[in-house]
Design a binder for this molecule. Structure first.
Ligand SMILES: [Zn+2]
Ligand SMILES: [Zn+2]
Length: 282
């Protein structure tokens, strides 16, 4: 049902990852029976953007981009007989930085087999904030200045909608990563109505479908103690499936042990959503 393809993984180049050799990630994927594996390291953040983390560790260092791509190309060739390795990037969409993002993609896009587009950053207290850093930062950096959890989600979904619509040139990533990442701390900082943003989210899915975009079925949220849910949430998966938007499973792993995490659960969610659609139409 769900292709044994991991479309979202991090590597030894990740500044906030385990720093284990990328070969060990790929070996583990082969062991688990995956047939395709995308290396999607965090692209460097645009020049002038102030990374909110103390150690500036959200994206790859700009000087690492060329070595990373060379490393990925080398692994693609090295493993070609055993698994399809795709050379990719996870690219941040940051409102206002479209020109910088487009020029990075124009420079590197022809080397990429795969790419993801993510929203991790929102304007918050004192500047940019990660929506997925930790629950305390989510509260102090975002909920307090915005005034409510609802207002933070509204800003997040507006940024996602902009990301889908943004003109990032011919190499714009086709797949949206972890669409409901703003749910990461939902068990601590909950919406009053879990589907408060349903209309807007469904509009985003429509826009994605019109543009031929795909979804990252990102299992990482299942393992976050304040989330316990895939990104996107199963009810969003069901609507995307109804619209015929293609999915690619993503472990979003930052360590060897996370390769393939949550694949069975991701598959179960897709199968149960497909069954619901069948029973509605039949
Ligand atoms: Zn990461
Ligand atoms: Zn991400």
């Amino acid at each position: 049902m769900l292709a044994r393809r991991d479309g979202h993984t991090h590597t030894q180049f990740c500044p906030h990852g385990s720093h284990e050799p990328t070969e060990r990630f790929i070996d583990r994927a082969i062991e688990l029976g995956f047939t395709s594996y995308s290396l999607t390291e965090h692209a460097p953040l645009p020049g002038g953007f102030i990374d909110p983390t103390a150690d500036q560790s959200c994206g790859m260092r700009p000087e690492d981009l060329e070595p990373y791509l060379a490393h990925a190309q080398r692994l693609k060739i090295l493993y070609a007989e055993r698994i399809e390795v795709r050379v990719g990037l996870e690219v941040d969409y940051i409102p206002g930085y479209e020109t910088e993002i487009r020029s990075m993609l124009n420079a590197q896009g022809s080397q990429l087999d795969d790419a993801l587009l993510s929203v991790h950053f929102l304007q918050g207290k004192g500047g940019w904030r990660c929506v997925d850093f930790n629950p305390e930062d989510f509260l102090q950096g975002l909920v307090e200045p915005y005034g409510s959890v609802e207002a933070v989600h509204a800003a997040y979904w507006a940024a996602v909608e902009q990301a889908v619509e943004a003109d990032l040139g011919p190499y714009k990533p086709r797949r949206m990563s972890h669409l409901s990442l703003v749910h990461k701390f939902q068990l601590k900082h909950s919406l009053k109505q879990p589907r408060h943003f349903q209309r807007q989210i469904f509009r985003i899915l429509d826009a994605m479908q019109e543009r031929g975009m795909e979804l990252d079925l990102d299992a990482a949220g299942l393992f976050k103690s304040d989330c316990r849910e895939m990104y996107p949430a199963p009810w969003i998966v069901a609507e995307a499936l109804r619209l015929g938007i293609p999915f690619v499973y993503g472990s979003d792993t930052h360590s060897v042990k996370g390769v393939g995490q949550g694949f069975d659960e991701a598959e179960r969610v897709v199968i149960s959503a497909a069954r619901d659609i069948d029973s509605c139409s039949g």
